[in-house]
Design a protein around this ligand. Structure first.
Ligand code: FAD
Length: 318
């Protein structure tokens, strides 16, 4: 079922959803199942599965020679979506990236998703690859998420990349896109970033999932500004519980966001990461309760593949 239909059918009741990351190549999918299982009690209408950018690795060829190879360390997004859908009878949402994919490859992934009965896809640009300073699409790839939304919306109308296709049947994907309550790090201003979000929605996105934030007021202000410029689709808040002390540096650096002073103080008092996890869980519980009281359609949790802290939050909140 489409995410937009799940939201409509919930009749204003806030739902629980979460995102997982595919295992690193060579790992067992059972570990992923073991982390999903304890969360199914909270009836997620869908589970998101991320896609990772390709990266360079260096293979030792002996005699001091290193060969550079391009690889994707966490492949399998669509396969994982299909297996989770089948095993847990839940909708899954694969993340599709512009970065690292030609439009042709994207079309094949979309066709796979359609054949697998996947009704939703999240359309994202992706970050710049680790070896690049700025985002660069591959030759023949989409540059911005909006172009990817256009491609998916075209496919929904039976319009394939090559006009020679005699389309007798079309897909009907519900498209999610990313929004940034504290502005995307590359954007010159909040206003510009919001306009680009509106462009994605106008191109056919049916809902927005936000980047993580730790101060609910940032989300409430963002939703207000989005509504003022005519973005009417659901805006789902994304929540990540802080789990390790290093997050104090990593989260602002990677996601260009602020951590509230009270949260920083509580984390700094912790003498080990077990205590940090507890602070993170309690903060996320308070955030979730306030968001639910404000009537958000879902609270979406970034699990990073580990479920124990998300379960601790969900038990208190849902
Ligand atoms: P876009 O919407 O294309 O925006 C990127 C930047 O370009 C913004 O600054 C925007 O303002 C600007 N822009 C947009 N259009 C134009 C234009 N026409 N001209 C000039 N500037 C423009 N990353 C992954 O690698 N894998 C994932 O699975 C993944 N999942 C995510 C899930 C969520 C909910 C979120 C919030 C992020 C996720 N990301 C993921 C991270 C995301 O890929 C990065 O934040 C990326 O840098 C931007 O992606 P986007 O889709 O928002 O890009």
């Amino acid at each position: 079922m489409k995410v937009s239909d799940h939201i409509r059918n919930a009749n204003g009741k806030t739902m629980f959803s979460f995102e997982i990351v595919p295992p690193v190549k060579g790992q067992n999918i059972q570990d992923l199942y073991d982390n999903i299982e304890p969360l199914m009690e909270f009836n997620p209408p869908f589970i998101d599965v991320t896609t990772s950018r390709e990266e360079y690795i260096y293979v030792n060829k002996g005699s001091g020679l290193l060969e550079q190879k391009v690889t994707r360390m966490r492949p399998g997004t669509v396969g994982i979506c299909a297996s989770i859908k089948h095993k847990f009878d839940v909708d899954t949402v694969p993340h599709l990236l512009c970065g690292g994919f030609t439009r042709e490859e994207t079309e094949y992934v979309l066709i796979d998703c359609h054949y697998l009965g996947i009704d939703n896809v999240m359309a994202l640009r992706g970050d710049s690859a680790k070896h690049e300073q700025y985002f660069k699409p591959v030759n023949g790839g989409n540059h911005y998420a909006k172009e990817l939304v256009n491609q998916i919306a075209d496919l929904n109308k039976g319009k394939y990349l090559h006009e020679s296709v005699d389309a007798k049947h079309s897909s009907n994907f519900c498209i999610g896109v990313a929004g940034y309550p504290e502005k995307h790090l590359e954007s010159p201003s909040m206003k510009t970033d919001l306009q680009h979000l509106k462009d994605k929605v106008d191109a056919g996105a049916g809902y927005v999932v936000t980047q993580m934030f730790f101060d609910n007021q940032k989300y409430f202000d963002f939703v207000k500004m989005a509504r003022e410029i005519g973005i009417t689709v659901p805006i789902i808040p994304g929540i990540k519980p802080v789990a390790v002390k290093r997050h104090l540096q990593i989260l602002p650096q990677v996601f260009s966001l602020d951590l509230p002073e009270n949260l920083v103080k509580e984390i700094e008092k912790c003498t080990n990461n077990k205590e940090v996890r507890q602070v993170g869980v309690e903060w996320a519980i308070d955030q979730s309760k306030e968001l639910i009281a404000a009537g958000v359609p879902l609270v979406h949790y970034y699990s990073m593949g580990k479920s124990s802290n998300i379960r601790a939050i969900a038990k208190e909140v849902f």
